[in-house]
Design a protein around this ligand. Structure first.
Ligand code: ATP
Ligand code: MG
Length: 263
C-alpha cells in the first residue's frame, strides 16, 4: 500500500541542547487519518516539515512510495495553521492557485474549483474577496485549494487552532466527510484531545525534550462516524470519554514546566 515511511529520523537544530526529534519511526498510510498530538515544543511541526520535505532530518530517512523525500512534492500538499491565502485574489482564484502552478488546462481547472468549493460548502462565495470571509470560511478555502491538486497526502498543521468551539466542530465533520470522498491519506496536527480521538484512524502521541513518539493508537471513531454515528454521540461514548481523560493525564504529565523548557 502507498505510504510515507519515517525510519529512525532525528532532527537536531544547531544551538539546541537536545534533539527536536529523536528516532522517529512511523508509517503513514494513504487511506487513513494520522493525527499527531503532543505538548507544545515536542516537534509536531518539525515532523510535518520533514514529511512535507521542507527540512531534511539530521539522520534517518523519509520516503514516499519508496522514494526518498528530499524536497516538497506534488504527492504531499500542506494546509497551514494561518490560512496563507492571497488577499488580492478572490475565493475561486485562491482555490485555483495550485492548479495554475501545475499548468492544468482552463476547463479542468474550472471544474475542479467548482467541485472543491461544493465539497467544502463555499460554492456561493466563489467570487467573494478573502477579506469578506470568516476565519472558518478561510480555512475551508485553504483546504479546498489543497484538495484541488488531487495530492496523495494532505498535511495539516493545527488548521482549526484559531477557530471557536462551534466552528471547530463543523470543521471536524468537514474533515471526516472529505476523507470519505477522497482516497488520500490525511495527516493532522492538533492540540485538541477530543478532535484527535474523533478524527484519527491512527493517533500518534508525542513527548518533548527530546521530541519522540510515546505511543501509537489505532482508533475507529472516524469509521463509526462513516457508518452513521453522530459526532455528539461518539464524543459522549463511554470508552471515548475514558480515553480522553487518560490521554489528558498522559499529556499533562509530559508537559514540561516552563523552567524546564530547553532552548
Ligand atoms: N528552524 C529551527 N531552528 C532551531 N530550532 C527550531 C527550529 N524549528 C523548530 N525549532 C525548535 O524545535 C522545537 C520544536 O518545535 P516545533 O515547532 O516542531 O514544536 P511543536 O510541537 O509544533 O510546538 P507547538 O505545539 O507550539 O506548535 C522547539 O524548541 C523549537 O524552538
Ligand atoms: Mg507547531
Amino acid at each position: 500500500m502507498p505510504s510515507i515511511e519515517v525510519n529512525s529520523a532525528s532532527v537536531h537544530f544547531a544551538g539546541q541542547s537536545k534533539p527536536t526529534l529523536d528516532d522517529i519511526n512511523l508509517i503513514i498510510p494513504d487511506d487513513g487519518i494520522t493525527v499527531i498530538i503532543g505538548p507544545s515544543g515536542c516537534g509536531k511541526t518539525t515532523l510535518l516539515n520533514i514529511l512535507a520535505g521542507f527540512i531534511t532530518p539530521t539522520s534517518g530517512t523519509i520516503s514516499s512510495n519508496g522514494q526518498t523525500i528530499s524536497a516538497p512534492g506534488s504527492d504531499r500538499v500542506v494546509v497551514f495553521q494561518d490560512d496563507a491565502l492571497m488577499p488580492w485574489l478572490n475565493v475561486a482564484e485562491n482555490v485555483a492557485l495550485g492548479l495554475n502552478i501545475a499548468g492544468t488546462d482552463k476547463t479542468t481547472r474550472q471544474q475542479r474549483v467548482t467541485e472543491k468549493l461544493q465539497q467544502v460548502g463555499l460554492e456561493n462565495v466563489a467570487d467573494k474577496p478573502i477579506w469578506a470571509l470568516s476565519g472558518g470560511m478561510r480555512q475551508r478555502v485553504g483546504i479546498a485549494r489543497a484538495l484541488a491538486v488531487n495530492s496523495q497526502f494532505l498535511l495539516m498543521d493545527e488548521p482549526f487552532g484559531a477557530l471557536d468551539a462551534f466552528t471547530r466542530e463543523q470543521m471536524q465533520e468537514l474533515v471526516l466527510s472529505l476523507w470519505r470522498q477522497h482516497s488520500s491519506g490525511f495527516v493532522l496536527i492538533t492540540h485538541d484531545i477530543e478532535e484527535a480521538l474523533l478524527l484519527a484512524t491512527r493517533l500518534v502521541l508525542m513527548a518533548p525534550y527530546p521530541g519522540r513518539i510515546l505511543e501509537i493508537l489505532d482508533l475507529d471513531y472516524s469509521q463509526r462516524w462513516r457508518q452513521g454515528e453522530s459526532l455528539r454521540h461518539l464524543k459522549a461514548d463511554k470508552t471515548f470519554v475514558e480515553l480522553r481523560e487518560s490521554l489528558f493525564y498522559k499529556l499533562v504529565a509530559r508537559s514540561p514546566a516552563q523552567h524546564e523548557v530547553a532552548i
